[in-house]
Design a protein around this ligand. Structure first.
Ligand code: TXA
Ligand code: MG
Length: 321
């Protein structure tokens, strides 16, 4: 299967494969038409750039300009603790397709920790671009079956590496501004990053920053252009209306619980109140319950706004808007 995947990538096709966060839709980052195929399969707006996946710091240094601090940072998060950090850096002199970076002049890079993703990149022998392997704005897939039921018919191959162990996307840290800024909360917490750096980081969820930093800018045509479109107000959306911070279901709502003292719920994200377990279960729970023939909506209990809970709540909020 791995050989077949590499063959397809070399031929300029796309392949779905697991990472520890969510399944990705991979393509050769140097091949314009392969990258355009990703956008086509996802129905993704071309102004929304892709994350470039590498198998380590050495490969990353071929495509971006690293400061000493950036090198220490990714070495620690990619190679020591192996947590999902995406770092935004100035682009180096490379042959990366401009369609992958949306002409930003910067690149978002990450090294997955999933063995199958690393094998794929190394066997291919170069960086691969990959967004989550789902139709744009729908729920990100955390199993091969979720990929199959969504974009499956449009792609030639899905590598099955089992359920993703993190379950929400990587944390995106923009290091081209100072102080650094978290563009998307995800599988590495802000505390993890601040503790390593020994300094505080800005948070794009801070409203003031949204405006002052022009992370979201008005544009003439389609409304907004965005620096990290994972920040679009509506994203990760189920078909059913989602109600957050719910104490109990109303009418025929499906109910997602969290923690010990939940009387009746359809799915409990973590009976022990473990945020890592909740993150792991989040997208499959939403996908399972997103059934308009059975429910009128989905209600979710409140999740603590700390650690991984910040990434979970961010996705719930966008799914509910
Ligand atoms: O966990 C993940 O990050 C998954 C797996 C497959 O690796 N990938 C993922 O990709 O979530 P995607 O395409 O769904 O999200 C990519 C995010 C978008 O919000 C995009 O705007 C941002 O990365 N991004 C990409 N390049 C950027 C850049 N140069 N500057 C700022 N943001 C960038
Ligand atoms: Mg996505």
């Amino acid at each position: 299967m791995l050989n077949k995947a590499v063959e397809l990538l070399r031929a300029g096709d796309v392949v779905a494969a697991p990472t520890e966060t969510v399944y990705g839709l991979f393509a050769d980052v140097t091949n314009d038409s392969a990258i355009q195929r990703i956008y086509q399969v996802k129905g993704r707006p071309s102004c929304n750039p892709l994350i470039i996946h590498v198998s380590g710091l050495e490969m990353a240094r071929r495509i971006a300009i690293f400061s000493d601090e950036a090198m220490e940072l990714v070495n620690y998060f990619w190679h020591v603790v192996r947590l999902p950090l995406t770092i935004v850096l100035p682009m180096g002199e490379t042959h990366i397709s401009r369609f992958a970076t949306a002409n930003l002049g910067t690149v978002a890079i990450r090294c997955p920790s999933h063995a199958m993703a690393l094998d794929l990149i190394d066997s291919f022998g170069g960086p691969l671009a990959a967004p989550s392997a789902n139709t744009s704005n729908s729920i990100s897939p955390t199993t091969a079956a979720m990929v199959a039921s969504d974009i499956g018919p449009k792609i030639p191959l899905i590598l099955d590496g089992g359920p993703c162990t993190v379950g929400i996307e990587s944390t995106i840290l923009d290091t081209t501004v100072y102080p650094y800024i978290i563009l998307r909360h995800g599988g590495v917490t802000q505390e993890n990053l601040e503790e390593f750096l020994g300094q505080s980081i800005q948070d794009s969820l801070d409203d003031e920053l949204y405006r002052t930093n022009k992370l979201i800018q008005e544009s003439s045509g389609s409304g907004i252009t965005i620096k990290a479109p994972g920040m679009m107000p509506r994203h990760y959306s189920p078909k059913l209306a989602l109600r957050i911070n719910a104490a109990y279901p109303i009418g025929n709502e499906a109910f997602i619980g969290f923690g010990e003292n939940v009387l009746q719920c359809d799915i409990n994200l973590s009976k022990t109140g473990d945020l890592a377990e909740a993150a792991r279960n989040l997208y499959s729970a939403l996908k399972t319950l997103d059934d308009p023939s059975k429910y009128t909506g989905i209600a979710v209990m409140s999740i603590p706004q700390q650690g991984l809970g910040i990434g979970i709540n961010d996705r719930l909020l966008r799914a509910s808007s």
